[in-house]
Design a protein around this ligand. Structure first.
Ligand code: ASP
Ligand code: MG
Length: 595
């Protein structure tokens, strides 16, 4: 018998009429022969209202009591939903997180799911009941009520779908699917029929904001198909899967993060441990740094740039004040008026020329790039905030995302999941028994010793710089892997990129020619580098990963020359001779999380 999890968000259960409409969907699925679990959020803006109440009592409510309070929102909805189903002549039973047995850790207001008991739900389903589960909540070891963080009902739904081996998890919401970019920002945005977990993970943190990103981590870990659709109609929406029908597109989505701040630390010694010492105090304050760019620069000194949410800038600067004193180096630049624009596409991992096409379109639109970082499936640029919308629009139309056609047929099949999938679920649950379902899961740690690094130092930064460079390199037939551009305290930029070693001579020639034309300070080149990559699920939501990586390399005396981080992968470049040692160190550091 197929099993389906349906989740209804706050707007979809905002009043009794909507609750009845949602109940009808559940009943219909039941009539059609599925076992049905319904997960609900609090009604409308009820959670905001509860937070507001607490604030009227005190500025500093205890986190445990906050959870006690907030969990009541969902409890109201489950009871009403069960009554609604009952009124239609079907059997329903409402269950709180504790009654289901959703065990979490004890970090109140941002708890992570440790394990979920399935026996009771399964028994009730087998008895023919529609099970109504409260989203967003669980209990810890001591039976304290916990909540999963704002928007956490998505995570409840997908995690329940995972452990129950559901055939699909439907997320009913007030939008009709997932778009190529946020349609409120760009009316040209098009709805997609499918998108894959990795793209969604990158986009969720990039501000598309449709889903709680931890729910996508669950989807990917347990291979749960997630169907995001409108609660107002019966039309299919967008399916989040492992490999999507758009997976060969170079770019399938673009996102804008508006309020970023940029900091460049200049003149820090380019030795092992620098990057760890710099970021450790920031991580300690639980501030998540977004883009990190380190460039090789002259005379043993390096510049490190990073971005973070504007509101965290002051705290982060305060955190590193002391380290800078002992370390040497100073804040060369801080800019609170920048935004990040990112393009994501599974297809770009297989195609050449995606980056230079993006840079060219931005140059033609007059957009200057402050910072660039690339990962396998994402290219991010930092631009001045007043032209960020223009940058978003430009990339969106350059990659013809406004032409994407929605094909509903892709999503109407609700086939039962294969036994192979069921085995995967069991395997992952066993693997995560000790550490918990939401633990960091590293899939691979790898070493690539086939590349060279080329750096253009202190090149005047104008629109078209990156476009020109990477166009000419592409024309010479060279495939570029990592690209980072940083922005120093002056009008100059450093651009570093990596290429296969057998192509480094040609790439170097082009770089030298451009350096001469633009009068840059020089071209630095290292023939033998090692690229170390850590790939897995939860790399960003578990904020300590990059730090643990920096730390283990620092302890081994290995200097980090280049860094880029994304949701699904962290890459660092070190000297070629350090490659094997670095690989061993990273395997040790992540032994507990490695498959
Ligand atoms: N009610 C909670 C919130 O508003 C959880 C959710 O809706 O997902 O954040
Ligand atoms: Mg939500």
């Amino acid at each position: 018998m197929p099993l389906i999890v349906q989740k209804f968000g706050g707007t979809s259960v905002a009043d009794p009429k909507k609750i009845l409409a949602a109940a009808r969907k559940a009943v219909r699925a039941h009539q059609e022969g599925s076992q049905v679990v319904v997960v609900v959020s609090a009604m409308g803006k009820n959670t905001d209202g509860l937070i507001d109440l607490a604030k009227q009592i005190t500025d500093k409510p205890a986190a445990r009591e906050m959870d006690m309070l907030l969990s009541t929102g969902e409890q109201v909805t489950i009871a009403l939903m069960a009554m609604a189903v009952d009124s239609m002549g079907y059997d329903a039973i409402s269950l709180t997180g504790g009654q289901i047995g959703i065990k979490t850790d004890s970090s109140h207001t941002k708890a992570r799911i440790h394990s979920i008991a399935t026996d009771r739900i399964k028994r009730l389903l087998d008895d023919g009941k529609i099970v109504i589960a409260a989203g967003f909540q669980g209990i810890d070891e001591e039976l304290n009520i916990t909540t999963l963080g704002r928007g956490g009902s998505d995570t409840t739904a997908v995690s329940l779908a995972a452990v129950l081996g559901a055939d699909q998890c439907e997320i009913y919401t007030d939008v009709d699917g997932i778009y190529t970019t946020d349609p409120r920002k760009l009316p040209d945005a098009k709805r997609v029929s499918q998108v894959c977990y990795d793209e969604m993970l990158e986009l969720a943190s990039l501000g598309a904001g449709v889903m709680h990103s931890r729910s996508i981590e669950f989807g990917k870990k347990f291979n749960v198909p997630i169907h995001v659709r409108s609660s107002m109609s019966d039309e299919p929406g967008s399916l989040i899967v492992d490999v999507a029908d758009t997976s060969d597109l170079p770019v399938s989505g673009v996102a804008l993060t508006r309020d970023e701040a940029l900091v460049t630390i200049v003149d820090v010694p380019d030795v092992s441990g620098t990057i760890f010492k710099l970021f450790a105090p920031i991580a300690e304050k639980k501030i998540t740094v977004d883009m990190i760019v380190q460039n090789v620069s002259a005379n043993g000194k390096t510049d490190i740039s990073f971005t973070l949410p504007t509101e965290e800038l002051a705290d982060a600067l305060e955190a590193i004040e002391e380290v800078l004193e002992t370390l040497g180096g100073r804040v060369g630049l801080k800019d609170e008026s920048v935004s990040k624009v990112s393009a994501v596409g599974l297809g770009m991992a297989q195609q050449t020329g995606v980056a230079n096409r993006m840079f060219r379109s931005l140059a033609d639109a007059g957009v200057n790039l402050q910072i660039i970082t690339t990962s396998e499936i994402k290219i991010s640029v930092l631009v001045k905030r007043d032209i960020a919308m223009e940058a978003l629009r430009t990339i969106h139309s350059e990659f013809a995302l406004d032409q994407i056609e929605y094909s509903p047929n892709a999503n109407v099949t609700t086939s039962e999941r294969s036994t192979e999938d069921a085995e995967k679920v069991v395997e992952v649950i066993n693997r995560l028994q000790q550490s918990g379902m939401e633990a960091l899961m590293i899939d691979s740690i790898s070493l690539d010793s086939t590349q060279s690094r080329i750096t253009l130092q202190k090149i005047p930064n104008q629109p078209g710089l990156a476009a020109n460079l990477f166009e000419r390199i592409a024309k010479a037939g060279v495939f570029v892997d990592m690209i980072v551009q940083s922005h120093g305290s002056d009008q100059n930029a450093d651009i570093t990129f990596t290429v296969k070693r057998d192509q480094s001579a040609i790439a170097l020639e082009v770089a030298q020619a451009i350096c001469d034309e633009a009068s840059c300070a020089g071209v630095d080149h290292k023939e033998e580098i090692a690229k170390l990559s850590v790939t897995g699920i939860g790399l960003r939501s578990h904020t300590g990963v990059a730090i643990a990586l920096f730390q283990s390399l620092a302890q081994a005396g290995i200097n980090v020359e280049m860094v880029n981080t994304s949701e699904v992968q962290v890459n660092v470049v070190v000297a070629g001779a350090d490659g094997n040692k670095g690989l061993e160190k990273l395997k040790d550091a992540f032994a507990d999380s490695l498959r």
